[in-house]
Ligand binder design. Sequence first.
Ligand code: KIV
Ligand code: NA
Length: 265
Amino acid sequence: TRVVTTYRLAEMKARGEKISMLTAYDYSMARIVESAGVDVILVGDSAANVMAGHETTLPITLDQMIYHARSVTRAVKRALVVVDMPFGTYQGNSKEALSSAIRIMKETEADAIKLEGGEEVLESVGRILSAGIPVMGHLGLTPQSIHKYGTYTVRAKEEAEAQKLLRDAHLLEEAGCFGIVLEKIPAALGARVAGELRIPLIGIGAGNSVDGQVLVIHDMLGITTEFSPRFLRRYADLHTQMMAGIQNYVADVKSGAFPNEQEQY
Ligand code: KIV
Ligand code: NA
């Protein structure tokens, strides 16, 4: 097990220490994220978007998630590593959910899995938890069900949807989940859920009163440029820096300025 455990995250919430979480999908990036002191590393199925170029998260497979997760866990000793269960590996069939979760735990050295949904996936959550595998929930905007909504707009603005989200959050806590990601919901609702539950709520576009924050690393470092929701703060402009570096390289190769005397044998 790693230094940061699910138990440690509960303690952090209890004493009011905010939890930092970021995604990583490969060894080199995970090393940097780990060294920078992030508490939780998520091998997100957003890999389907930022690593593979798909428009949604639906196409990524269990084998592909396992490949990403293995690359990440080799780099991490301190942070808790959570792996997303991909679309189609846990919905509807709790036996399949358990065998998918077992494959992730056996083949990747991850610490926990995450899956999307509340009441609909409760049987799967229970079965995975009874095998001793820590489960993180994910409510609000759940990208794997994008085709049900057709848009990536803010969720649970209406009272009925907010009530369902609150009920789902309580169900996941009672089932034994160690935490829940809340994506793109009103800050007031995020505050209410975080106030009612004992387990940590990690927000992405869920305001500042939840127990921690998560962002997709390619977005927060400015490697991607086309995705600009209000909740995204860009902490670097790597797109510009990488472009400049690569353009300089191309120019130097063309002009013959690279390699110079010292750069050859
Ligand atoms: O896949 C992902 O990156 C996620 C985060 C946005 C929470 O689920
Ligand atoms: Na995800």
